[in-house]
Design a protein around this ligand. Sequence first.
Ligand code: HGY
Ligand code: MN
Ligand code: MN
Ligand code: MN
Length: 423
Amino acid sequence: MTSYRELQVNGDRLNNTLQTTCSSWGALAGSATGMRRLALSQEDKEVRDWLVELCTALGCDMKVDQMGNIFATRPGTSKDKKPIGMGSHLDTQPAGGRYDGILGVLGGLEVLQTLHENDIQTHCPISLIDWTNEEGARFPGAMMCSGVWSTKSTTGLEACYAVKDTDGVSMQEALEAIGYLGDTPCDYRENGLESYFELHIEQGPKLEAAGNKVGVVTAVQAMKWYAVRVSGVEGHSGTTPMESRSDALVTASKLIAAVSDTARYTGLGVATVGVISNDTQSQATIPSGVSFIIDVRCSTDTMVADLSSAIFKKFDEIVQQENNSTSYHVIRNWGLPESTFHADCIEAVRSAAVNEVGESKIMDMKSGAGHDAAWASKVVKASMIFVPSKDGISHNPAEYTSPADCYLGAQVLLQAVLRYDEV
Ligand code: HGY
Ligand code: MN
Ligand code: MN
Ligand code: MN
């Protein structure tokens, strides 16, 4: 009987699965490595169906909750312990890469397959999870459905159901359309976990720059999003004198520039506008309604609040200077407070990583990117494992993590879960 410590995942199988799933479902047209597998799209449905079929064949108990989160649970020997969770997300950015999210789901699948073929009986059940709409690309609201499960997000189930994509399709309609509007409550109190481990690419340059192989993630920075609307007055582009215009798009462009400028000069954190829309979208009409989303991220909640107020203070000054009856207001805001992971899980990851690569090749990290583990950590013990991103690139078709590093991540995940199970 193989002892826990000698157990190894199958790196070739993991990497083959990664490449074949990516080339089969959601490959970005015209790109050799890019991905476009938006939440609840046909491609998302197909990769979900494939995962459900595989986990069912492995003897897992399958649950889909009200937000489409998938829980594939391998039974454990103890009857009263909750599952140790592993997972991430299958949805991607509109022009994303082959590793963000899916490596964590397939790494967890590899753990289940390794336990199965070695007939390992763990004490706790082990759950593999695919969290719906982590990217928030099609339905605005990153880490949306792990947030609902944690019950700590300000955007609850009904509000999420109502969020629409640019075609006016609501999340609820999209969940129904692909058959993933489950009846398991999306609530950690009804469908809970003992702990949660997430394998993810770092999506930044630090591991590679330090020559390290594994990030022991101890925390996730604070983040907040603001949906802003700028209002002006529609007019004819050919007949309206310049001095009497209330051009919402001109004002919005100055506000958007101020978002980036304020982050730079305050040094408090990072701020981005990645989504913008102009109601009229006509070359001969002066824009009267422009909407955009601000993404603010800082190490702490206090710094997010300080950077946000500096940005809106600048907005007020700009609108006053424009003095042309354009105005702005925040129509919605939501956030993911700073998250700290639990020592029990951090130590399981650290011990597993030291065992695989040695003390000198690991480093503690605070994640700049948001993750489902951040919401999970509000209600259960959690931690994350990072593996290097080549040149720190992510949310980009050029995203790359080597097969050896993918193997290493899954191997540390296996060993961390087994260490935690022995606790
Ligand atoms: O927003 C994030 O950091 C994640 O990639 N969705
Ligand atoms: Mn991700
Ligand atoms: Mn992402
Ligand atoms: Mn994540």
